[in-house]
Ligand binder design. Structure first.
Ligand SMILES: Nc1ncnc2c1ncn2[C@@H]1O[C@H](COP(=O)(O)OP(=O)(O)OP(=O)(O)O)[C@@H](O)[C@H]1O
Ligand SMILES: [Mg+2]
Length: 258
């Protein structure tokens, strides 16, 4: 039994069928990539895993530790150790960065401490700040970000670094990262990949959604690459598939975006 198991998942938005029959198992310690043409349903899958209210699950199931999470709200799914890094992170004005992370960390610790034996406990604000600073440093962000509002005025690249920084801080069991590399300069891609590698070291599972082989080359571990098309996974292979797609595109798989 894998940590997360998606079985025959059908998802609609406003009666429009977006996912039709997704099957995917991801265990802790495994790293999966999802690739595919624009509009194939990758972000839909990511959002539905965290329970975005816009999407209706029509059929199938999503299980975590062998229990269906379909009825759980987003925060309850987070307490099971799921984390979503957004394709387009939103700016949340008025919410202080470090305050937000400390609250989230402590809430998650209540539910995850039993499963994550070596999860650190921070008693004082100061201790937590040291932990945040270490993680900011891990992704190449300046400590001054801690006194800013969440994502407000962050550049595109800073937002992406910030997403994986939050991931490292919160320590999920399974992180789903929706295009953590889009719009990034080469150094930033490396920094994001290193952050993912750090999470892998904790034994977490990771799903990376991406259009490019580049970020995948930097990953210490990559078990499977899945190709999505028209709302389902149509091919699964090893890390060599990313290189093949980079050279040949998707047409040889019988896929076009028209
Ligand atoms: N809120 C919405 N209303 C209507 N259609 C939507 C909505 N959200 C997604 N879709 C449609 O669902 C399909 C899948 O979109 P999704 O964002 O999951 O694709 P994607 O694979 O992430 O694409 P990209 O690589 O461009 O990010 C698209 O045709 C999109 O237009
Ligand atoms: Mg997308």
């Amino acid at each position: 039994m894998s940590f997360m198991s998606i079985k025959d998942l059908y998802v609609n938005i406003d009666d429009k069928e977006i996912l039709n029959g997704v099957n995917l198992d991801v265990d802790k310690g495994e790293v999966h990539a999802i690739m595919g043409l624009n509009g194939s349903g990758k972000s839909t899958l990511a959002n539905v895993l965290l329970g975005h209210p816009r999407y209706s699950v029509i059929k199938g199931d999503i299980k975590v530790n062998d229990e269906s999470i379909l009825k759980l709200k987003t925060d309850e799914r987070a307490k099971k150790g799921l984390f979503l890094g957004f394709q387009y992170p939103t700016e949340v004005s008025g919410v202080g960065y470090s305050h937000f992370l400390r609250n989230a960390y402590n809430l998650l610790t209540k539910s995850l401490a039993e499963e994550q034996k070596n999860r650190e406990v921070f008693i004082t604000v100061r201790e937590f700040h040291e932990y945040l600073k270490k993680n900011l440093d891990n992704v190449g962000l300046d400590p001054s970000f801690l006194s800013r509002y969440l994502n407000e005025g962050f550049s595109g690249g800073e937002k992406k670094r910030s997403e994986v920084m939050q991931m490292l801080v919160l320590r999920p069991n399974l992180a789903i990262l929706d295009e953590p590399d889009s719009g990034l300069d080469i150094d930033a891609v490396k920094a994001v990949a290193e952050a993912i590698n750090k999470l892998i070291e904790t034994g977490a599972g990771v799903i990376v959604i991406t259009h490019y082989a580049r970020i995948l080359r930097f990953l210490a571990k990559l078990d499977k690459i899945h190709v999505m098309s028209k709302g389902r996974i149509i091919k699964t292979a090893g890390r060599e598939l990313a290189e093949e797609l980079e050279v040949k595109g998707y047409s040889w798989l019988g896929l076009t975006d028209t």
